[in-house]
Design a protein around this ligand. Structure first.
Ligand SMILES: [Zn+2]
Length: 65
């Protein structure tokens, strides 16, 4: 299944929760991921994008069954 479809199959509130809870190593803080792409990963999907605050690259793994 297409990674993007898996992502969009998640409930909207879950998705926004995940997007707003991404660790940025540059900010040393939780941030929002922006401008991301969704790719397949061993245990689910991974979002690759940038920190909203500082533009540093961040990623968020979303485990799926
Ligand atoms: Zn940052």
């Amino acid at each position: 299944m297409d990674a993007n479809k898996k992502w969009l199959a998640l409930p909207k509130d879950i998705r926004s929760q995940l997007l707003n809870n991404v660790w940025c190593s540059n900010c040393s803080d939780v941030t929002m991921i922006v401008g991301f792409i969704v790719e397949n990963e061993d245990f689910g999907i991974i979002l690759n994008g940038k920190c909203k605050k500082c533009d540093h690259e961040v990623a968020r793994v979303v485990e799926m069954e």
